[in-house]
Structures are given as structure tokens and as C-alpha cells.
Write a protein that binds this ligand. Sequence first.
Ligand code: CTP
Length: 398
Amino acid sequence: MLTGKKVLVGVTGGIAAYKAAEVVSRLRKLGVEVHVAMTKSATEFITPLTLRSLSTNPVYVDMFDEPKLWNVEHIALAEYVDSVIIAPATANILAKMTTGIADDFLSTVLLATRAPIFVAPAMNHAMYHHPATQENLSRLKERGIKIIGPGTGFQACGTEGDGRMSEAVEIVETVTQWFSGQDCLKGKKALVTAGGTQEPLDPVRYLGNRSSGKMGYAVAQALQEAGAETILVSAPTDLPTPSGVTRVSVHTALEMYDAVLERFPNIDVVVKAAAVADYRPATQAEQKIKKDGVSRTIDLIPNPDILAELGRRKTSQVLIGFAAETENLLANAQEKMHRKNVNLLVANDVTKPGAGFGSPTNIVSFLFPDGRRIDFPQMSKLEVARNLVAEIANLLGT
Ligand code: CTP
């Protein structure tokens, strides 16, 4: 899967830097075009000459060295490579990546690249467990950066614990596996809905819900990463559209209904992560409703159930629904799965800490019509999305 890919190996200053030589060598043996960027401190542990010899390419250390291949090298390299692997990744580079500090060649490339980034942390176990490092790692994870390891065992400082860099073989295997998952939905068309619909009462007010759209946006990103041509039908959110995804903006449940139904015949998989309003105000005032001191009643009429309608119309499409529940999670979710005729239902209890609306993480179960169930621990919404994509690939037989 890696043959012909262009990979930048970033080496930072820790004792595990010597293992970077094996990472480079293993990648080369797989037919990868390897480039190496080192921090100044990394050069204290291993020489650029070693990595130049193994990669057969010039090694980048200083921002202001004589250009080797390109004019603006950090930008050109950032755009050129298919992936970046930081091995070892010190606590320092993780902190710089989290805050966007770019004060040397490697950190500048990391800020400029849009390629997937893998980091293999390596540090003393106290540094690894420091809240700052843990917070940085979880923020990087949320951004989609893939963390490999670290492993546990004897550390160079003489103590035992976690913080050892994963072995080169494991790092290269993780990257290979990730690339092989990349194309699993190539040629497939996916549609995702996200966010909470807004049902207008008058020109300035609406009925809405607490959905942030994060789960649906993560699903769209994961589908796109897996090679699917992805359309995101989105109710209003503050989130940027994931790169490579086509966004169709809607406000109301009826607009979402039209946008989804119109595209449905040409789609292979639909993921309905949106929180759709079940009701809308029966009338929408043309002018702002003025207060008059007396109590009011809003007359609500039902919106169509988009997912149930897709369940009725589906032919070969794979349908994924979500169930946001506050009580009787599994029983309610089972009932929804059958009523809406979906192939997989993602159930989550939105009242649990670390799950539901607005949270960067989620705690979900996947339910299948044949009675199978997979319970996941708390993980980032992007990780949930990637697990979902793996199941979608199974359901589509790809
Ligand atoms: N859904 C939909 N159209 C609606 C309501 C819900 O397509 N009008 C979809 C959601 O996108 C989600 C699934 O149905 O994938 C379940 O949504 P949820 O709000 O949990 O369930 P409801 O069917 O609305 O049932 P209830 O509100 O009674 O829990």
C-alpha cells in the first residue's frame, strides 16, 4: 500500500531518535520515497548523514540552509508529501503542534501540510503523564492526528513505565494499514447529514436544538478519507467543511428532506447524523412577533421523518441512523432501527459525560438488525467516525 508514496519522516530530539533510522530503512524497503527533516536537537542523537544515506535524499534541519530541491522548501515539501511521520515525537514538538508554533524547519512544515500526520511519542513516563502532554495529545487526536503508541517498558532514564517510542515495525505497520483503509470506499458515493435543523417562527427566531454538528462532520471527513465522494447536507454550524467534501447548506427539516431525497437514488451510503426537528411551527410570521405581555402557545405540526422515508425507498443503499437518547438507550434504539429500516444504528446516551451534543468525544454502541451489538469506550468523534467507516465498508462489501 505504501509503494510509491512520498513520506516525510520528522525526527525530534530524544534518545529514541536512533530508531528513526529503522523507520526510514523499513519505509525504503517498501518502496517509499522518504524525505527526512530533523530538529537541531535530534542531530545531537543521530547524524543527518545516517538518515541521508538511508533515505537517499537530502536531510532538512535548518530553515535557512542552502535550498536543496525547491525554492520555498518548507511549503513545497509540505505540499509534496502524502504523509508525515514524527518518530520520535518529543513532548516539545507535541506542544508546538498543538499551539501552532513554527520556529524551525520541521514545525513549519507541520503547520503548512495538509497531509495526514502520524506521531510516535517518546519521552520519560512522568513527562508523558503530565496533564499538559495528555491535553496536547487529546487535542491533536481531535484534529485527526494519528498517535502511535507509546509503548511501556524500560526507559533510557532508568525507570520503567509508558513513554517508550513504539517499535519501528509497529509504526510502519500502522501507517501501511491506514493507507490500505484509505481506498476502501473508492468509487462509492456517500451522503451525510449533520447539525441541528432550525425551524423559523418569524424572521428573527427559530426552534432549534443543541446539536453542534461535530459527529456528522467527523463522519464526512472519515468517509472522504476512505475515498468516498462525499456530500454533507448540513444544518447551520460553526464548523469548517472537511477538505474534499461537498457541502449543501440547509436550515429547516423540509429543506434537508428535499436535499437528501433528491440525491438519494445516486447514493451508496447515507449517514443521518443530523438532529432533525420533529415538529415545526404551523405558521411563520412575516414580521417579528411583538411582545404584548400575555402568554402564547405555538402551534406545531409534524415534520417528515427523513430517515424513515429513506428506509421505505431504499433499494441497494446502506442506511445508517443515529439515536440520541436520554433514557432506555438500547430499547429505544432497537425500536428506531427496525422502524426506520436501517442497516446500522449508532446509539448514544447524550446525558453521559463525554458523550453527545457539543462534546468532542462520544460513547456509542453500533446496533445491527441481526442482533449484533458493538459497544465502544469513550473516544473522539473522529475515531467513532473511522470505526463507522470500517463497518460501512463491510456492509457495502468493499
Ligand atoms: N431523523 C430524521 N428525520 C426526522 C427525525 C429524525 O431523519 N424528522 C433521523 C435522525 O437524523 C437520526 C434518526 O432519525 O438518524 C433518529 O433521530 P432521533 O431524534 O433520535 O429519533 P426520532 O425519530 O426523532 O424519535 P424521538 O424524537 O421520538 O426520539
